[in-house]
Write a protein that binds this ligand. Structure first.
Ligand SMILES: Nc1ncnc2c1ncn2[C@@H]1O[C@H](COP(=O)(O)OP(=O)(O)O)[C@@H](O)[C@H]1O
Ligand SMILES: [Mg+2]
Length: 327
């Protein structure tokens, strides 16, 4: 049986060496691709590893976490993550964001990224997935009802993101469902669930719920359909971002359709406002589980390498109305 590749920081080398030897030994005696995680944990001198199926994060409370991103043994890679790096937060890696939300989004939470058309929702979500795959060892799935796969690849190349390579490495999967195939998406729940397990996906994006809901012919069915999708997402256990288009009321309340803002764990609003002869982009957290107070509006820019937030800077600096909401 092939031994998985294992990577770790230099200062974890000793643990790593022992892990390689121990995994090799255990795999020789492994049945049904299952590792005796308790034995492995004991040998490594850590607390018990809790997950016995390949393709899952093996979680424990000690010094290292072992992650299998694939259930195909030959392709399996183990990664040692130090305790400091491990947390219950899924880091976004979006400049200016994580430090304001206690490290990232809560794992397994569902966050709605809503707002104006052209405000950067798609870019924001793809960046969350690319960073997960490239920097944080968290494979992800991007489900789009809005664009062709090759258009997604093309638009992200401009930011220096190589989604095709990440797909080849089994770290990212772009699934495209044109409008007439959305029903196929709904009926394919099990296939997506299997894909999540096979890839060891930890992050998922659905872009957009607005398009998904259009497949239903009545408001009642749309609401039921969206509810069902949210339930399914919760069951899958990934950290999920959903996009939708919405407007704010004059009071600054988000009018997310289908009663979604009450059902999700977080709501982020992205603005693309016209002010005089230019457009102003901004970012606001309207609600986020685990964060006690909402963040002030802050400028958002789409730059060469993607979305960047500028916390503590006024959005309407040139207009002398910094931080005001009553637009
Ligand atoms: N490579 C890029 N460099 C700079 N700006 C870009 C780039 N790609 C897209 N944009 C800007 O991002 C906007 C759209 O972002 P997008 O994420 O598609 O928004 P949304 O999903 O909210 O409609 C475009 O209007 C364009 O101004
Ligand atoms: Mg979009």
């Amino acid at each position: 049986m092939p031994v998985p590749e294992i990577s770790a920081d230099a200062d974890q080398q000793e643990t790593l060496n022992r892990a390689v030897q121990e995994v090799a030994r255990l795999l020789r005696g492994a049945r049904n691709n299952a590792l005796d995680t308790e034995a492995l944990a004991a040998t490594l001198g850590t607390d018990a590893l809790t997950i016995e199926r390949l393709g899952q994060v093996m979680e424990r409370n000690g010094l290292v976490d072992l992650i299998y991103p694939s259930n195909v043994l030959a392709k399996t890679q183990l990664k040692l993550v130090s305790r400091d790096e491990y947390s219950d937060r899924a880091r976004t890696g979006i400049p200016g964001l994580d430090e304001q939300v206690e490290g990232g989004f809560e794992r397994r939470s569902v966050v709605l990224v809503t707002g104006d058309s052209g405000s950067g929702k798609t870019t924001f979500c793809l960046q969350f997935l690319v960073n997960g795959a490239e920097k944080y060892g968290e494979p992800g799935i991007y489900i789009t009802f809005e664009e062709k796969k090759e258009d997604v690849f093309r638009r992200t190349k401009r930011f220096g993101w190589d989604l095709e390579k990440l797909e080849r490495e089994n770290k990212l999967l772009v699934m495209e469902y044109p409008p007439h195939e959305i029903e196929r998406f709904i009926s394919e729940g099990q296939i997506i669930e299997d894909t999540i397990h096979d890839m060891g996906a930890k992050r998922i994006v659905i872009d957009s719920v607005t398009s998904l809901a259009l497949v239903y012919d009545s408001e009642y069915k749309r609401r039921q359909g969206v509810l069902k999708t949210l339930e399914t997402l919760k069951k899958w256990g990934c950290t999920a971002l959903l996009t939708s288009e919405s407007r704010l009321t004059a009071e600054g309340e988000v009018k997310a359709r289908f009663g979604m803002s009450y059902l999700v764990d977080g709501v982020i609003y992205l603005y693309n406002m016209r002010r005089g002869d230019r457009r102003v982009r901004a970012f606001e957290i309207l609600k986020l589980r685990g964060i006690s107070h909402s963040m002030a509006l802050c400028p958002l820019a789409i730059e060469n390498h993607g979305v960047v937030l500028y916390p503590n800077q006024p959005v309407f600096g040139d207009f002398g109305a910094g931080g005001q909401k009553g637009f």
